[in-house]
Design a protein around this ligand. Structure first.
Ligand code: NAP
Length: 251
């Protein structure tokens, strides 16, 4: 049986990369999906088209997760289209790699506003749409939270902050049937890692050499785990930080 049948899911940053794969896998498991994006309308439309061509249901909704008015509009559009929400995936995120000397108020704010404030804003709005059956929230964190990376000090700090939200809110949501978990991906090949110059770099080769399963991840490696965590199969899992990293970030 499809694991997410009749559920409504909202995936932020789903126009490409890990988010696009999560949206596609969720739809294949029967969820109706809101595909959020910031600027890549064409990418989001392509994800929606692929889902509908396979018999699924999805809509694309623009919205910058760090902008409170946009987030309100995003959830209003979700309510209007599907009437409810069962699953929220906070996937939208940016990574800026720079030595500490180059970190500026601007790059700090960009990363914290999208990676942390954005997740807070979406969680606040999701609470208004989850029904009496509760809901499931997934925060797409990073292995950089467990093992902060040089040149990525601020990015790592955003993901550690996100994981702190996961743990605190799992307790705050006690009794409301709302589960919240973090997925900590290892290095995953996406449009973002290509744009950042990681893919094919010495940095990536070094990571592969230290990865027990001996390869870089693909978006579907994360999407399959997201399906499990969002589904009722994970009914007794909340407040967890789950590494999906080929073993490199395992504890
Ligand atoms: P990506 O390929 O760069 O895609 C990023 C997505 O986030 C795009 O859909 C983008 O939309 C969206 N986005 C960016 N800023 C946004 C905003 N302000 N509001 C709404 N959406 C926004 O990224 P990725 O590599 O798939 O990474 C996805 C998540 O996984 C991030 O949180 C990242 O930190 C985490 N992660 C990635 C890796 C990795 O190796 N790839 C490893 C660990 C963790 P537009 O295209 O419209 O801008």
């Amino acid at each position: 049986m499809s694991k997410l049948m009749n559920k409504v899911a909202l995936v932020t940053g789903a126009s490409k990369g890990i988010g696009a794969s999560i949206a596609t896998y969720f739809a294949a498991e029967g969820a109706k999906v809101v595909v959020n994006y910031a600027s890549s309308k064409a990418g989001a439309d392509q994800v929606v088209q692929a889902i509908t061509a396979s018999g699924g249901t999805a809509i694309a909704v623009q919205g910058d997760v760090s902008n409170p008015a946009d987030v309100k509009r995003l959830f209003e559009a979700t309510k209007e289209a599907f009437g409810r929400l069962d699953i929220l995936v906070n996937n939208a995120g940016i990574y800026i790699y720079e030595p500490i000397e180059q970190v500026s108020a601007e790059t700090f704010q960009q990363q914290f506003n999208i990676n942390v404030l954005g997740s807070i804003l979406t969680i606040q709005e999701s609470l208004k749409l989850f029904g009496e059956e509760g809901g499931s929230i997934l925060n797409i964190s990073s292995g950089a939270s467990r093992m902060p990376i040089p040149m990525g000090s601020v990015y790592s700090a955003t993901k550690t902050a996100l994981d702190a939200l996961t743990i605190a809110l799992s307790k705050e949501f006690a009794g409301r049937k709302i589960r919240i978990n973090s997925i900590l991906p290892g290095s995953v090949e996406t449009e973002g890692t290509h744009a950042a110059g990681f893919s094919g770099s010495d940095f990536e080769k070094n990571l592969i050499a230290h990865t027990p399963l001996g390869r870089i991840g693909q978006p579907e490696d994360i999407a399959r785990v997201a399906v499990f965590l969002a589904s009722d199969d994970a009914a007794w899992i909340t407040g967890e930080k789950i590494s999906v990293s080929g073993g490199i970030y395992g504890l």
